[in-house]
Design a protein around this ligand. Structure first.
Ligand SMILES: [Zn+2]
Ligand SMILES: [Zn+2]
Length: 331
């Protein structure tokens, strides 16, 4: 099968991925093989190919995978042949550690991630344990589903961790793919949403999706808010987000990494029982809830389609922040 393979991390400009012909993988016990139709290209893939995070090499990146079940391993009964499934970042958890047992599998120290520890979706086929694949709501065309599987799930968890309630005000800092999905859930759940972003185009999109106020990061919102998600990895925004937060409110940080957070003043930023927490990956429960919401609302996503062999190009455009929507590879 054709696959874009990473052997050695290097800057995206140097084309780290190589188009190769590799053997089609065979599903083992309780595994399914998926014939891939589309795979999204995510910022985490960029960090992987550039070596900022250390993948197991060689690896086929890609963790926003949509396709159909093409072969079932022994004892794999959850899906029918030909059924459409999605594969996300969380590829496997042990089920036995203290975190897995407490329903916190996103913190499992033995977790494996798709397109990082095991081969992902920049290829024609991949395999996964059937318990870690998702059903995708039928109204989504294949090419619009990939953003749900990473930006969607992680963005939803970051939102959920703020303990949102109907009538609350939610502030969103940064308006990328995760935020564009989270805002649709928040509006659906009856929250009022403020969006902070520097980009005027993104502000327009936020207003279109229902934000009642938008502004730049240093602007003052019309009132303080109870809930807040910081989706950008810019540490300096953390005290800014906390300063506008109401007593007893929650700020969650949605990024996989964050630049240095400046010193904070206890009284101004944290006192009055303000809560600050990070979001680390997501559980399968988060994924299933998000898929259900995606079908019910229904959530709209925006994608820009490329060919498999263009993966290096997409990563370069992503790095320059010049993608108009989530880049997806048509396999
Ligand atoms: Zn991702
Ligand atoms: Zn575990």
């Amino acid at each position: 099968m054709r696959a874009m393979v990473l052997h050695e991390p290097k800057p995206a400009e140097e084309n780290p991925l190589r188009l190769e012909d590799v053997p089609v993988p065979e599903p083992g016990d309780r595994e399914i093989r998926v014939k891939i139709t589309y795979c999204g290209v995510c910022h985490t893939d960029l960090h992987t190919v550039e070596g900022e995070i250390k993948a197991k090499l060689p690896v086929i990146p890609g963790h926003e995978i949509v396709g159909v079940v093409d072969k079932k391993g022994k004892n794999a009964n959850r899906f029918e042949m030909g059924e459409r499934v999605g594969i996300a970042w969380l590829n496997y958890t042990c089920g036995e550690c203290e975190y897995c047992k407490k329903g916190m599998e996103n913190l499992c120290p033995n977790a494996r991630f798709t397109g990082f520890h095991v081969n992902g979706g920049y290829a024609e086929y991949t395999i996964i344990h059937e318990d870690f694949a998702y059903k995708i709501p039928s109204l989504f065309p294949d090419e619009h589903a990939p953003p749900l599987l990473c930006a969607g799930i992680v963005g939803y968890r970051a939102y959920k961790l703020t303990e949102p309630r109907r009538g609350d005000k939610l502030a969103i800092f940064g308006f990328g793919a995760s935020a564009a999905i989270a805002i649709q859930i928040a509006i659906y759940m009856g929250l009022e949403v403020y969006v902070f972003t520097r980009n005027p185009e993104r502000r327009k999109l936020a207003e279109f999706l229902g934000a009642s106020w938008t502004g730049d990061y240093n602007d003052t919102p019309p009132s303080k808010y109870e809930r807040c998600v910081v989706y950008t990895p810019a540490g300096w925004m953390v005290p800014v987000a906390l300063e506008h937060l109401k007593p007893g409110g929650v700020v969650s940080l949605g990024g996989i990494y964050m630049t240095e957070i400046p010193p904070m003043d206890y009284e101004r930023h944290l006192y009055y029982e303000k809560k600050l927490l990070s979001t680390t990956a997501a559980t399968r429960k988060d994924g299933e809830e998000l898929m259900e919401l995606a079908g019910k609302i229904p959530i709209r996503t925006h994608t820009q389609v490329f060919g498999l062999e263009e993966a290096n190009e997409v990563l370069k455009i992503l790095k320059k922040r010049q993608l108009k929507a989530t880049g997806v590879l048509k396999i």
